[in-house]
Design a protein around this ligand. Structure first.
Ligand code: HH2
Length: 277
C-alpha cells in the first residue's frame, strides 16, 4: 500500500512515521537496538503508506533533559545514512544538526521550538529550500507540564503560530514550505489538548497546512483509561487523528502508520463523497 512522498502542495491527508532514536522517548524510547534496526522500521513505515518519516535524536517528553549536539548527531547520522533516497524529516531544534541532516538528504525540519532555541536554524532551512514545521510549546520540556495556563488556549496558540510564521518568512523561508503544529502535550492539560482539536479550524485558518502529533499521547489515555494512564493506545490515536482531519489537519505524526493510513483514507473518501481520489 505504498503512498507517494509528501507532495509539494501538502496534499491531505499525509502520514509522518515517528522514528525516535532516543533512549527515553515517551512511547518508544530505547526501541531500536541499532541504526539498521531504526532504518528498517522507517522503510517499513514508508511501505505502509507514510509520506515521510520523522527521525529524532532528542526526546521532548515532559521532564526530558537536554542532550548535547554531539550525542544527537551520534544517534541520528547513521540512521539518515541508511535512509538515503527516502523522504525524511529531521526532528531537531539545532541548526548544526539540521545542516548535517539536510546534507544527507532530509527534506524537512521539524522544530518543536519554532525557531526559538536556535534562531539561525531559519537560515539553514531557507538556504536548503527545505520544509519547516513550526510547533507551539508553552515553557520548555523539562518543566512544561508543571502548571500550563491559558486564557483562551486556541487563540493564544494561533497568535503564537502567526508570530513564528512571520519570523520564519522574515528569515527567508518560503511560505509554501512551512506547516504549523499546535503542539499537543507541550505545556497543555488534557482539556487544553481536547479544546485545541475542537478549535483546530482556527489554526487551519492561518492559511498553512497543519501537522498534528496526537499519537499515543497522554490525553488519549486520560480519556480512555483514567487519570493514572500514561500512554494512549493506537485505536485512540486513530480516533483523534480522524477528529483532527475532520477539522482540517493535513499531516499526521504517528507511531502506527498503517492503521492511520487506512482510517484517514476512509475519512478523506467521506469528505470527497467518492472512492476516487
Ligand atoms: N511530539 C513529540 C515530538 N515531536 N513534533 C511535532 N511537530 N509535533 C508533536 O506533537 C511532537 C513532535 C513527542 O512525541 P514522541 O516523538 O513520541 O516522543 P519524544 O519527544 O519523547 O521523542
Amino acid at each position: 500500500m505504498r503512498r507517494e512522498p509528501l507532495s509539494d502542495d501538502w496534499l491531505r491527508p499525509a502520514v509522518m512515521g515517528i522514528v525516535n532514536v532516543t533512549p527515553d522517548s515517551f512511547s518508544d524510547g530505547g526501541r531500536y537496538a541499532s541504526a539498521s534496526d531504526a532504518a528498517a522500521t522507517a522503510r517499513r513505515m514508508l511501505e505502509d503508506g507514510a509520506a515521510i518519516v520523522d527521525v529524532g535524536g532528542e526526546s521532548t517528553r515532559p521532564g526530558a533533559a537536554d542532550v548535547s549536539q554531539d550525542e544527537e548527531l551520534r544517534r541520528i547520522l547513521p540512521v539518515l545514512e541508511l535512509l538515503e533516497g527516502c523522504p525524511v524529516s529531521i526532528d531537531t531544534s539545532r541548526a548544526g544538526v539540521a545542516r548535517r541532516a539536510l546534507a544527507l538528504g532530509a527534506t524537512m525540519v521539524n522544530d518543536v521550538t519554532a525557531l526559538r532555541r536556535e534562531p539561525e536554524l531559519a537560515e539553514v532551512v531557507a538556504e536548503a529550500g527545505a520544509r519547516l514545521c513550526l510547533m507551539h510549546m508553552q515553557g520548555e520540556p523539562r518543566t512544561m507540564q508543571e502548571a500550563p495556563h491559558y486564557g483562551d488556549v486556541v487563540s493564544e496558540v494561533a497568535s503564537f503560530l502567526e508570530e513564528r510564521l512571520a519570523v520564519a518568512l522574515a528569515a527567508g523561508v518560503a511560505e509554501e514550505r512551512i506547516c504549523l503544529d499546535p503542539g499537543f502535550g507541550f505545556g497543555k492539560t488534557a482539556d487544553h489538548n481536547l479544546e485545541l482539536v475542537r478549535g483546530l479550524d482556527r489554526i487551519v485558518a492561518i492559511g498553512r497546512p497543519v501537522l498534528v502529533g496526537l499519537s499515543r499521547k497522554w490525553t488519549l489515555a486520560r480519556v480512555v483509561e483514567g487519570p493514572e494512564a500514561r500512554l494512549g493506545t493506537d485505536a485512540a490515536s486513530v480516533g483523534a487523528a480522524v477528529a483532527a482531519f475532520d477539522r482540517g489537519a493535513s499531516l499526521f505524526r504517528v507511531h502506527d502508520v498503517r492503521s492511520h493510513v487506512e482510517a484517514l483514507a476512509v475519512a478523506a473518501a467521506v469528505e470527497r463523497g467518492t472512492v476516487t481520489p
